[in-house]
Design a protein around this ligand. Structure first.
Ligand SMILES: Cc1ncc(COP(=O)(O)O)c(C=O)c1O
Length: 388
């Protein structure tokens, strides 16, 4: 039995997978079992922010494995303290709860929002506004929060307490932001929903109305955070800092890690016994996260992300098959004129280029460390496929 046959015999079939067995990787390339290399324009799925097996990152992770791999959250570790301090310093947040994934980070944000409101105003102020076309995760609560009917199937009953507002529709927001609402949760750029950027006026209105009513803003920056858009957090593009920001994906360079960051107002909401996670803040993950954070704050790094994004966008906009380009920084959605995004991804795989889709668009989330030469190599394949 080959790897794919063995895999399919024993691993649940909950993903539509492509026929690629990733054996190892270096930089922006991975290699399959037959020694064929692929340039990865998806960085895993926005996770391998420094590419495959970045040397400094790997050294930090391996050194931590040899020191202590895990301990109970009833004790302290220096590496968790250091990573928390670093995240708070870079982002301007006050404190952080560590978990292992995006969905868990959002679960934490939902709990904080509801408890903040319960502690201050009592019951019946538990509703959370989320946006149509949003994606917040695969647990029951985060599926309930997700504003897409396609995800509200099979697993009934979903949780009550989530109200959907159409993105960028200020009237819809105003009509639903009543005194049952404790938080508004948004992605500045809806990733899975099609790489759609919210408009400034809508974001301004959310923040203004929430401030007036002491309703919390939760920014789901699981896909947009950790430098993906050329800023540490995408909220910086809008001049905004949410009460709660959730991060995951690229935060630890490909090791499972989620973080829920809170401002001073929300920092004391979770008290001993109200929330927890066995592996949350795992020392290995924190060591990976620290290595990523140090790179992101190094001189000129985020500026280089923004510059590379410009190169990519400009080249793509010159392609005759490209109808429009959306997103921010190195989070790129490509709307096509005639071709099907799924077919393009399959053809690209055959040609040694890994891409992603988001709804009907081709989605690019290349490693933040990609060079302009590597961008050129990948684009040559992509544009060739688009224009053939
Ligand atoms: C915006 C957003 N929120 C939440 C999630 C869920 O993250 P995870 O798959 O790590 O649970 C994702 C994953 O794609 C995401 O893009």
């Amino acid at each position: 039995m080959n790897t794919i046959e063995k895999f399919n015999k024993h691993v649940m079939q909950s993903y539509g997978r492509y026929p690629l067995v990733v054996q190892n990787g270096e930089g922006q390339h991975c290699t399959d079992e037959n020694g064929r290399t692929y340039i990865d324009f998806g960085s895993g799925i926005g996770t391998n922010s420094l590419g495959y097996c970045d040397e400094k990152w790997a050294d930090a992770v391996c050194a931590q494995v040899r020191k202590v791999q895990h301990t109970s959250n009833y004790y302290y570790t220096a590496v968790q303290a250091e990573f928390a301090e670093k995240l708070c310093n870079i982002s301007g947040y006050d404190s952080v709860f560590f978990c292992n994934s995006g969905a868990e980070a959002n679960e934490c944000a939902i709990k904080i929002a509801r408890k903040y409101s319960f502690d201050k105003y009592g019951k019946n102020r538990h509703n959370i506004i989320t946006l149509v076309n949003s994606f917040h995760g695969r647990t029951i609560a985060t599926l309930s929060a997700t504003g897409q009917d396609v995800f509200h199937n099979y697993f009934f009953p979903f949780l009550e307490g989530f109200v959907n507002v159409t993105a960028n529709d200020i009237d819809d927001l105003k009509s639903k932001l009543d005194d049952t609402v404790c938080a508004v949760m948004l992605e500045y750029v809806q990733g899975e929903g099609g790489v759609n950027v919210l408009n400034q006026e809508f974001v301004d209105t959310v923040y203004q109305l929430c401030a007036e009513k002491d309703v919390l803003v939760i920014a789901d920056e699981i896909q947009t955070g950790a430098g993906r858009t050329g800023k540490f957090l995408a909220g910086e593009h809008f001049g905004k800092k949410a009460d709660i920001t959730t991060m995951a994906k690229g935060i630890a360079g490909g090791i499972p890690m989620g973080a829920c960051l809170t401002n001073e107002k929300c920092s004391g909401v979770l008290t001993a016994g109200t929330h927890g996670s066995t592996f949350g803040g795992n020392p290995i993950a924190c060591a990976g996260g620290l290595a990523v954070a140090e790179r992101l704050e190094s001189d000129g790094f985020l500026e280089s992300v923004a510059e590379k994004a410009e190169i990519l966008r400009k080249r793509l906009s010159e392609c005759s098959e490209v109808k429009s380009i959306s997103g921010l920084g190195l989070m790129i959605g490509i709307e096509l004129k005639t071709k099907n995004a799924g077919d393009v991804v399959k053809k690209a795989l055959d040609r040694g280029l890994l891409l992603l889709t988001a709804k009907t668009k081709v989605r690019l989330l290349p490693p933040l460390t990609i060079s302009s030469g590597e961008i050129g190599d990948g684009l040559e394949i992509l544009i060739d496929i688009l224009e053939e």
